[in-house]
Design a protein around this ligand. Structure first.
Ligand SMILES: [Cu+2]
Length: 110
């Protein structure tokens, strides 16, 4: 009997270099703010959005780095959540009354 060793091995090559089984997306968003109190407030608002995994705002660059599940939320959705708590973003403006309620040190220039 011949040893009929058919190679059933398929090419496992994949051009996709992103990780599978995750819709993790990263985005950067400009958010106006002044101090470490702003930082906590902004990051808390971002992390409260369902699907957000990480949020890190830099007081110097005013940029927030976001890690989120793109099936659950979006940069737009997170931006709106941040604007709602008083901080203008590159996409959304905070309501005046919420902005006016921020502590004095947090009243960034609009
Ligand atoms: Cu502040």
């Amino acid at each position: 009997m011949m040893n009929n060793e058919a190679s059933g091995e398929q090419s496992g090559h994949q051009d996709d270099d992103t990780m599978e089984n995750t819709n993790m997306t990263h985005a950067k968003l400009k958010v106006l703010g002044n101090c470490t109190m702003c930082k906590s407030r902004i990051e808390e608002a971002a992390k409260a959005v369902k699907g957000v995994i990480s949020a890190n705002w830099d007081v110097n660059t005013k940029m927030i780095h976001l890690g989120f599940d793109s099936e659950t939320t979006s940069k737009n959705g997170i931006s709106k959540a941040i604007a709602r708590i008083g901080h203008d973003t590159e996409l959304d403006k905070a309501p005046d009354d919420v902005y006016n309620d921020l502590p004095g040190c947090c009243l960034f220039e609009r």
